[in-house]
Design a protein around this ligand. Structure first.
Ligand code: MSP
Length: 683
């Protein structure tokens, strides 16, 4: 704790202990983590709280079914949840369990205080209880006799209970919500609360139960346990020591800046929780943000529907950052979105492998190739140099980027913030194609502009890596290592706004492929074979059973390459051998790529117009996933020039260009070094 730094307090909901946390559960936590990391980089003293919500009838029943005490039952599961957060690189500052003795004690003191001041009173409860949601409903709130939230059966409950005078706070809540438009976000959720719950009138809330024992005992009447939501919501202040032995953290961090919650629990956080705080005379959190759901095939991704997608398996297959990226990029925060394996792989291939991965590998490879890994000291980036307008454009974009990303992150618009970053990534890839460093390198080995172009790219990557680090905490440091950045002063958020040049003598390091491209079609088949729950088939990547998969320690951070490994080279048998005459029947010629464009309705094919010296021809090639069309223009490729024409997607292809298939499944075209005229024979 540094007294003079501004503070920022963000929380996730505390999770029900479930050994089957699915990818949707990771959503709130990954978002909160990204926000916490961003705020730390901005200089805030951050408190990021998460934890587990362990009491209630549901847990008691599950423990009974498993032949364990409730505490034994939850201990193992909670360990697994912590492992999942460490796998996902969640940088929480405090993890609270509602079974922590300090929490239980503080809850009792809160309950006692509310009772002593007349906010809690004894009466009799008769109503409908939904055990999966741990929520009470009146008959009129039920939907066709079932829980309006989860659709499951409800139980008629009649018992002596303590009640919280929720109705007393109805007007104060309406006033607060109306006078603090930022309190409930997005704004539609505020309208929902006012129209559906507050205006129709609040009933007092039943806050104790006698029909089960697994909860915090009511301090003055131990036949009762405290209602789980009163117990759970209190975590946001008991975790800071409120009504405990030392409330220094509470004094420092409360009120919370933002509680991030899924939309189905906004009601608890914007009605019951603020009413409790008003009763306790405490300030209200500045904001409750109700994000949407990640859906699977149109339904909520809940295990009761059998639609679970295991985050451990997904992280094992594709890497933690790919999953974090997908969660935050795919769905605008606040709206619902659909999860599908296909959408995930498409994002990995296009945004991470093609856009970001290529930008990093091309830049580092060129610095290595043209300057042995160290840019010369005299390199300058010069707005007035030939082509300097391009430098200026990229520099201006980079300088504006931290501000744009910050204001979107301040509004929790993770997806839009990433979209802004990707605009600069796309512009940078285009800058490489426009400046064509390989052409500069051919003109003269020490072309004055070559070092300048690579210096601009290196700086751009530095800025991008800083802004990406809250989202991709494993990849951003790798990029920084690749760039040889070891001065912490050049890695701060503030430094991202100043575009300079790499420090003299900085040595870059080539990196392994950051995001291997995945063969979409084959991968979808493989995932389908793994079954609805997605089990990797290889022992190395296996997640033995669901419980173990969550409990196991973090899997390796680097994604295994999920593309087929090429078959090992085997010496051909005699009848497979061809003689030189047979080979010489194949006409191989050097062709210059004059133009290149995507083939309509195909994500695989590019149409290339080739100069063969004595004629031009058109070739359709399946390399669209590996090259952007403009990157091919100007290259000297090798053409099989006497192939019978074939028709592909309605276009005639008059030959084939030669490519190597790399281990990562990407095609790399074979090109010719030096000034070889178009049409030259290859032998
Ligand atoms: N224990 C309560 C919260 C108490 S907070 C005082 C609870 N737990 S939960 O485990 O069911 O949910 C935790 C978080 O996961 C919630 O924010 C919930 O909205 C989120 N999600 C669970 N499934 C989800 C999706 N399919 N999609 C997005 N978020 C989802 O509620």
């Amino acid at each position: 704790m540094e007294p003079n730094r501004p503070v920022f307090y963000v929380s996730t909901p505390i999770y029900y202990p479930s050994d089957r946390l699915h990818i949707g559960h990771s959503y709130t936590t990954v978002a909160a983590d990204t926000l916490a990391r961003y705020k730390r980089m901005q200089g805030f003293d951050v408190m990021f709280l998460t934890g587990t919500d362990e009491h209630g009838l549901k847990i008691q029943r599950k423990a009974e079914a498993a032949g364990k005490t409730p505490k034994e039952y939850v201990d193992g599961i909670v360990a697994g949840i912590r492992d999942l957060w460490s796998l996902l690189d969640i940088s929480y500052d405090r993890f609270i369990r509602t079974t922590d003795p300090e929490h239980e004690h503080s809850v009792q003191r809160i309950f006692q205080r509310l009772y002593d001041q007349g906010d809690i009173y004894k009466s009799e409860y008769e109503g409908w209880y939904c055990t999966p949601c741990e929520a009470f409903w009146t008959k009129s709130q039920l939907r066709e006799g079932h829980c309006p939230d989860c659709g499951q059966e409800v139980e008629l409950t009649r018992e002596e209970s303590y009640f919280f005078r929720l109705s007393r706070y109805q007007d104060a809540l309406i006033r607060h919500i109306e006078s603090h438009p930022e309190f409930i976000q997005p704004p539609t959720r505020a309208n929902e609360m006012i129209q559906n719950f507050l205006r129709p009138g609040l009933d007092d809330l039943c806050v104790s139960r006698t029909s089960f024992r697994w909860g915090v005992p009511v301090p003055f009447d131990d036949r009762h346990v405290v209602y789980v939501w009163i117990d759970a919501l209190s975590n946001y202040i008991t975790a800071l020591g409120f009504e405990g032995d030392d409330d220094a953290l509470f004094q420092r961090y409360w009120p919370a800046d933002v509680h991030l919650v899924g939309k189905e629990i906004v009601r608890f956080h914007t009605i019951i929780w603020p009413a409790m705080l008003l009763a306790l005379g405490l300030p209200l959190p500045r904001q409750v943000y109700g994000h949407g759901w990640l859906l699977l095939d149109g339904g909520k991704m809940s295990k009761s529907k059998g639609n679970v997608v295991d985050p451990v398996v997904l992280c094992t297959l594709y890497g933690v950052d790919a999953i974090r990226y997908f969660l935050l990029r795919e769905v605008p925060f606040g709206s619902d979105g659909v999860f599908s394996n296909e959408a995930l792989i498409a994002r990995i291939n296009s945004d991470l492998a093609n856009d970001l991965g290529n930008l990093v590998s091309r830049t580092l490879a060129m610095i290595e190739r043209y300057f042995d890994g160290v840019l010369p000291d005299e390199r300058r980036f010069d707005d007035d140099a030939e082509g300097g307008g391009l430098d200026r454009e990229l520099r201006t974009l980079c300088e504006a980027l931290p501000g744009r990303v910050a204001s979107l992150l301040d509004e929790l618009q993770f997806s839009l913030a990433l979209a802004e970053i990707w605009k600069v990534i796309a512009r940078s890839n285009k800058y490489i194609d426009e400046t064509a460093p390989w052409v500069l390198a051919k003109e003269t080995a020490t072309h004055p502009r070559l070092a300048g172009v690579l210096s601009v790219l290196s700086e751009t990557l530095r800025v991008l890596s800083i802004l990406l680090s809250p989202f991709l905490p494993q990849t951003a440091p790798k990029i920084q290592q690749g760039l040889g950045l070891d001065d912490p002063g050049r890695l701060t958020w503030a430094s991202a706004g100043t575009f300079g040049s790499p420090a003299p003598g900085t040595r870059i390091r080539r990196l392994p492929i950051l995001f291997p491209r995945i063969d979409l079609e084959k991968e979808l088949v493989r995932l389908a074979e793994m079954g609805a729950r997605g089990k990797p088939e290889t022992p190395a990547a296996s997640a033995p059973d669901k419980t173990a998969s969550v409990r196991e320690p973090a899997v390796p951070a680097d994604p295994p390459t999920p593309v087929p490994v090429p078959a090992p080279a085997v010496a051909p048998s005699d009848e497979d051998l061809i003689d030189i005459d047979q080979f010489s029947r194949v006409s191989l010629r050097v062709a210059h790529v004059m133009a290149c464009e995507p083939v309509e309705k195909s994500d695989k094919l590019l149409s290339l117009t080739l100069d063969l010296g004595d004629r031009t021809c058109r070739v359709v090639s399946g390399i669209a996933r590996d090259y952007r069309p403009e990157a091919l223009v100007g290259k000297r490729v090798i053409l099989v020039a006497n192939l019978k024409p074939a028709r592909l997607r309605g276009q005639v292809s008059e030959g084939m260009i030669l490519c190597a298939k790399a281990e990562d499944g990407q095609y790399r075209i074979l090109t010719v070094e030096g000034e070889v005229p178009a049409g030259s024979p290859v032998s």
